[in-house]
Design a protein. Structure first.
Lengths: 149, 189, 189, 149
């Protein structure tokens, strides 16, 4: 079993609407308590600049987009310092349950020689950050605020 | 999200830190709203749920009416376990009665966890023993007690549930009609 | 005397030769005659029984009548398990329906065996799962099926028992009167 | 958990009658399929000469009586070749269940450096021999034949 964090939340929203909210990085600073901002293009191979809120400070990561399947999933791959120490594949995926209900899957698979030690320290906090973001996204999607750009 | 699970488990079995990491990787944290169905009647139940927060109800459907088989609350493992173990279509529905926070594990991940973390066998054995004791008490109460005694026992053990769920669900769980339940409650107040 | 137990267990778990020796030392082989009571209502059940040969019946007594809770046959573990696990007086009686050959283990030896032979946890877990499935099927049948359907299912699964035990015991296990049972049997023949 | 063989049988008999049958060694050749004969006195410290039936031959042991509690229990201690290799404390005990029903407990506790290896070979056969004797004793006790000497 690989080291992983996997969180899910049920959201009353169409998958199209949720996809729009989730991929509209420009709006992140307005609602996202975890990923405070993303610069870059959501396109396979592109490099992003992500500012993540941890307990006491903002950390900057520069992962590379791995995969984009419109209205369904996207992921990026990032490393701490250099590849092989602590690498993470961060992913979002949307599953339709009913015409206006979806399951958001938000997780990260970890590898690298330091991953066990680092996860022991920050695993719980990281999972918690994922959940905080999931809940904020659910609130945004269900609040009735239009997502029309 | 796992503090609660590990606090609960620590009464039954000791896990090493490495084992805890394996467990944390095997479970998914899922938040579901009230009325969400985790298992549908007629479909195979592929997951088991540890309840961090919330209530899940397992029920049968017979001639359009539902009959409560069990109500799971915090710190219990819930599932349509027969369907899960045998991989056959469930004859019950498992539904959230409240917004619920769950730790979810699939059948395959569970089997892998039994291999990697042998103490999980001990945990499941002890949980199964507890569950057996409870089932036995419920069944014995069905056979030996009057409806009023059954209600008293339920209230003594699960008084909190009387405030959290509709009484008609409790009535069918106790095997009495909603009208009788309401009469019994009036008599006892 | 243990060939049968190990053959049964080998479907669920692998024991080493050393573990087999520990198990053989932990169990006592006991032969009891028909009608012998292994657990008396009101006393603590301190043992669990693996049935090599014979039948054991677990029953409640209510207003002078006995109500069959379960009939255990070969290759099953039998006991008043609730009393055994919690060390409280049993509310059921466990009695041999036939001359029976049993492998017996006490509570304390069982705990020691869990320590010495961790695979025993896996075995008990898997047996508990099987038992859960069976209990679930019985309970579901109670809720969903007519008495006639319940009888049909019992016959399909345990037809041999119809020849081995008095029918009034089967009737109370199926939750129907002996008269109804005899009517159902006539109708189906 | 020590290495042990423990067998039991329920017999419809008074404990006095069963005690008589079990301690009347002179009669053993007539009914006992396992312990074909015992010479010696049932008294603490006395040496016995026991002839045991195994699958294909008679083995002779010369154990020493350990303990005798009238109408309740007796035991002897024997060794294979020399003490410390394969020692066995063979015991019988009678528990009254009802005025005319008893439980016979018939067992042996093993020790010694060869005990694991030897029991692996002969454990099942030995247990079987105990049971065969138990059943013969039950039949004798329940057959209505008088036990008056």
């Amino acid at each position: 079993m690989n080291k992983r964090i996997k969180t899910e939340i049920i959201i009353d929203s169409s998958k199209e609407k949720l996809w729009e909210l989730l991929t509209n990085f420009n709006e992140y600073p307005h609602w996202n308590p975890f990923i405070r901002s993303i610069e870059g293009e959501l396109k396979q191979g592109a490099r992003l600049t992500n500012r993540l809120q941890t307990r006491d400070k903002i950390m900057v990561f520069k992962p590379i987009v791995q995969e984009v399947i419109p209205f369904h999933a996207f992921s990026w791959m990032g490393s701490l310092w250099i590849k092989g120490l602590f690498d993470g594949r961060h992913y979002f995926s949307i599953e339709e349950i009913a015409p206006n209900q979806v399951k958001l899957i938000h997780g990260e698979d970890f590898s690298g020689i330091l991953s066990t030690a680092i996860l022991k320290k920050i695993g719980d906090a990281t999972r918690n950050n994922f959940v905080v973001m999931n809940q904020a996204l659910k609130q945004l999607a269900e609040s009735g605020a239009s997502s029309d750009r | 999200m796992f503090e609660q699970f590990f606090a609960f488990a620590s009464n039954l079995v000791q896990f090493t830190n490495q084992e805890k990491q394996l467990i944390q990787s095997a479970f998914t944290f899922r938040q579901v709203p009230r009325k969400f169905r985790l298992t549908e009647e007629g479909k195979i139940a592929r997951e088991v749920y540890f309840i961090n927060k919330g209530l899940l109800r397992l029920y049968y459907t017979k001639e359009g009416e539902d009959i409560t088989a069990f109500i799971f609350k915090e710190n219990l493992f819930a599932s349509s376990y027969d369907s899960f173990l045998r991989k056959v279509p469930s004859i019950q529905t498992l539904e959230a009665l409240e917004d619920s926070d769950l730790l979810v594990i699939t059948y395959d991940d569970m089997q892998r966890l039994y291999e990697l973390v042998p103490a999980m066998n001990t945990l499941t054995r002890k949980i199964a023993e507890q569950r057996f004791i409870n089932a036995q008490l419920v069944l014995s109460s069905y056979i030996l007690d009057s409806p009023e005694e059954r209600y008293r026992k339920f209230e003594a053990e699960h008084g909190d549930l009387l405030l959290r769920i509709p009484h008609y669900m409790i009535a069918s769980f106790l095997g009495i009609t909603p009208v009788s339940l309401s009469r019994i409650r009036k008599r006892l107040m």
